[in-house]
Design a protein around this ligand. Sequence first.
Ligand SMILES: Nc1nc2c(ncn2[C@@H]2O[C@H](COP(=O)(O)OP(=O)(O)OP(=O)(O)O)[C@@H](O)[C@H]2O)c(=O)[nH]1
Ligand SMILES: [Mg+2]
Length: 222
Amino acid sequence: MEVRQALLDKNDRLAERNRGFFRARGLLVLNVLSSPGSGKTAFLRETIRALGKQLKAGVIVGDLATDNDARRLRESGAPVVQITTGTVCHLEAEMVARALKQIALDGLDLLIIENVGNLVCPASYDLGEDLRVVLLSVTEGEDKPLKYPPMFQSANVVVVSKTDLAEACSYDREAALANIRRVAPNARVFETSAKTGRGMDTWREFLVQKQQERKTQNPLSL
Ligand SMILES: Nc1nc2c(ncn2[C@@H]2O[C@H](COP(=O)(O)OP(=O)(O)OP(=O)(O)O)[C@@H](O)[C@H]2O)c(=O)[nH]1
Ligand SMILES: [Mg+2]
């Protein structure tokens, strides 16, 4: 118990160091989290595509193994660094600090960190981000916010993903939104589909606005 607390304290210190580094550069930083396969990579690829020339984004992506997601994200033209964590089920601030040395940050407005697919462990690890973005796909069940509260409680933004599959999955929209509201009453909610592009314009406008705020105010308004 004490060892775990010491590790978390160390992570918090390194996360603060990352945060200072990001703020000095005027970078807006997202930590994107969800269970495996909720659509993080697909959503991020569409996000970068939607941003076009409005914001220049770079990505750090974490997985236990393979560089599949890095290869998919590079198709968007963004600089991407893959972290392979081996047996570790989350990213830590120190891993992000190391990855930063491999990414060309000059000219970037937005740094997106795709965390390891996991609804439990990554919740405890601050990476120095401005915004925690948690995905909930319509395919995984409306009750996930209630079953995994720490992850959803820590979210600044909840993205409902894969809404094109809602009907096929008998997705209960009202129940899902009520569950999100119960656990994360202050989170901004976006309903999206990476397949049809639904909701991507609203999400893009939100990011552009937050990036502007990053240059002028601290903390961001939500
Ligand atoms: N129909 C539909 N399928 C989607 C959508 N987004 C993602 N998918 C599919 O869902 C599967 C998982 O998507 P990924 O983007 O790899 O999910 P992920 O959260 O990055 O997965 P991990 O990184 O392994 O945790 C893939 O087969 C995607 O093509 C969507 O909006 N609509
Ligand atoms: Mg992925």
